[in-house]
Design a protein around this ligand. Structure first.
Ligand SMILES: Cc1cc2nc3c(=O)[nH]c(=O)nc-3n(C[C@H](O)[C@H](O)[C@H](O)COP(=O)(O)O)c2cc1C
Length: 129
């Protein structure tokens, strides 16, 4: 197994919880993210994602805010037996209007929305532990 995968799996196992933040590629999960997830699930019987409290968020320049990618990601997480938070669903649409040129999130409503996801993930993680 490549050393970078060994390191990723070690970090995943150490984590109390996971947050996936994704763009959407052709209505789905970007291949590079799916590839990392797949590596972390193998060899068979050594799935580093197993049982992890997990949240998902995403941003896109379009109006659906990565909804389609996020539902595909949720389906993959069923296969990996991850414990995914259902709500809030943070799907940030028209992202180009919410960030400044340095990539800082400047839209106050969106900042509060992301904060509510973080708070819910902490509660969820405590509940599962
Ligand atoms: C191959 C490809 C497919 C994409 N498909 C979608 C899509 O289905 N829906 C969407 O909202 N944005 C789509 N986009 C735009 C990405 O959401 C946008 O590029 C992203 O916010 C920036 O991430 P990146 O730097 O990884 O490209 C696509 C971009 C690429 C490169």
């Amino acid at each position: 197994m490549p050393p970078i995968v060994v390191e990723m799996k070690r970090k995943v196992r150490e984590a109390d919880a996971l947050l996936f933040s994704t763009p959407e590629y052709n209505y789905s999960v970007p291949g590079v993210l799916k590839n990392a997830i797949d590596w972390g699930s193998r060899p068979y019987g050594d799935n580093s994602w197993d049982g992890k409290p997990t949240a998902i968020m995403g941003a896109s320049t379009g109006i659906l805010g990565t909804a389609r990618a996020q539902y595909h990601l949720r389906q993959v997480f069923v296969a990996l037996n991850m414990h995914v938070l259902n709500r809030p669903e943070v799907m940030i649409a028209k992202a180009a209007e919410r960030f400044d040129e340095e990539g800082n999130l400047t839209d106050e409503q969106t900042r509060e929305f992301v904060k509510s996801l973080m708070t819910a993930l902490v509660k969820w993680t405590r509940r599962l532990s």
